[in-house]
Structures are given as C-alpha cells and as structure tokens.
Design a protein around this ligand. Sequence first.
Ligand code: SF4
Ligand code: SF4
Length: 336
Amino acid sequence: MTPIRRKPGRLDRLRRWTLGGLVGAIGLHLWAWYGLGWQGIGKLSFSGLASLLVGHLNAAALFCLVLGVALVFTGRLFCGWACKLSAFQELAEGVYRRVGFRPRFVHTRARAIRLFIFVPYFLPVLYTWNEVGLSTAYADLGAVQPWTADLPRTVLATVFYFASITFVLTAAFGRRAFCRLVCPFALFFQLFERLPWLPRVRQVGRCIDCDVCERACPMGISVPNEIQRAGEVLDPECIRCMVCVDVCPVKALRFGLPGSAFPIQRPDLAPVVRESAFSPLFDASLATLAVIGGVWAATQISGFHVFLGASWGLIAGLLGRSAFVAWRGKEAGCST
Ligand code: SF4
Ligand code: SF4
C-alpha cells in the first residue's frame, strides 16, 4: 500500500513540536551535565524501576512513576508523543521524504524478538536482587553519568548507534521499524492496552473506506477495518499519534474516551491479520540473526547495545536476502 503525501495536521504538528522539545530537553540535559557541571540534575531512565520498587525516589524513579501513571490512563500515548526514539525515527522519515526516498513498509514475524530483548534488560536486575537483596537493589542514578549509563561512550559511537536503529532500520523495514520490530518496551506497554477506560481513536462519523488513514498510519494498522468492525482502534500497536484523525477527509475519527456510540458500521468484518512479507523460514532466520546480533552486542559491548545488535541482525538478513535474490535473477538470466 502506497503511503500518502500529506501536510501535517493540527494534532500532528503539536506532536512533532512535543517530540522536538523532548530532543531539545535531552540536549540541554547533556549540556548542563557536561558543559556546566550540574551533575545533581539526575537522569531519567527506565532503570529507575529498581529504585522505585524499593522506595528510593530519584529522577529516574520519578520518570518511571509518571510513565506508569501515563500507561494506565493513556496507554501507548508515550510511544507516539514522548519517546526520544520516536523523535529520531520521525526525523529519519522526514529526511527520507525530502530526498524522495520512500522506504517500503515491511511486516515480519521476526518482531517476536521484542520478547527476547527483555532478557538482557532484566537479567542484570534479577541477578542484583538475588545477590544483594531487594532492599539495596537501587542505583543512585542522580550520580550516574548519562554518557556512560545510557549512551555509548563517545559522540561518534552514539551517532552510529542512533543512526543504525533509526535511519538504517527505517530504510530497510519502513516507518517505525524500531517500534514494530525491536523495542521491548512496546510489548510491555501493550499489556496496558486492554484497559477499558483508555482514550482511543474512535469512530464518530460514517467511514467511506478511502484508506487514507491506513496509508498515513506509521504503524501499518488497518484503521478502516478496526473502526468499522469495532468502532475504535483496538490494535495494541496503536501509539495514539492521531495522524489518522488528522487525515480523515470526512472527519469520521476522533480521539477520546469511551462513550461516543456511533453505530458499528460493519459488525461482519473479520480482523485484518498482519501478513508477513516473507516465508516462515526466512522470518525464523531473520529472528535468529537478530538474536545472535543482540546477544553478541549485549555481551561484548553492554546490555544497552542489544538494540544495536538486533537491528543489525535484521538488516544483515534483509541484505543477504536481496543479494541472494539478485544472484538468482542473474543466474536465471544467464541460463536463458
Ligand atoms: S491508528 Fe491512528 S493513532 Fe494509532 S498509530 Fe495509526 S495513525 Fe496513529
Ligand atoms: S476513517 Fe476516514 S480516512 Fe479512514 S478509511 Fe474511513 S473515511 Fe477514509
């Protein structure tokens, strides 16, 4: 399905400004830490979970607390509006749009590796709890340098890291490839998606089946199918970016709380199954390469690099496949 060219709508503009502000805040944080020496500023990180569990309130623990509340009341809104990797992926998409490159949207069953990626994240935490006990298992993250705790050690390595998991991965697998195929938090956040009080994209008018929303959706969700058969987008991959709300030409969509009872348009529709672009065998090979890459990077460099290794595993698999297809094509051409 061809993605549509469009100008960002009101909500999308607001979201882009929010993401831009977030990247600016990260830049300011690094500048304050390294330029001004304000190390008491603390840091924000998912690692604050351990501190939170033992009641040690540092900046990272506060971040996890706010995120937890946000997940319970807004679902994956965080992914669309407040994640730095979201911002970098959209930057990549914007650059590609400007140069006229439209990466193909590729679905693959290898997205199951997101489950595996939890392991390098949580094993050290479990190990620490086992070794030193829960009561002391927190890191005083206010005293941990951002560059050594969350980022690769040099500026060049950091640029390579983020460019790989956003620009290169997007070029290979399409929009939001990192969220769809690698990010383990996406899977964890999906656990909250069934909460009945969450605000969602809901149908408020008749859908004319033009597919504009589906082509604009960065997560590849079949929006018309979702709203026509359920009256709302229930797919747990929805990151509440609200792009679909902005683009609908007949204003059939709204983002809001449960309650707007527009009659279900097509109760007979079956849910759309996300088809993989590849055979099960190739999907398994992709997943294996990603796991090998992830384990290698996590054990050789650091746990945080599991994202980098898994991304390059996926990219290498796709490149290998393209090379094989090209070679087969050439062989066939020679033999005819
Ligand atoms: S369904 Fe709509 S709100 Fe959800 S990810 Fe797609 S475009 Fe964004
Ligand atoms: S919801 Fe709006 S944009 Fe999406 S298919 Fe229906 S009419 Fe078109």
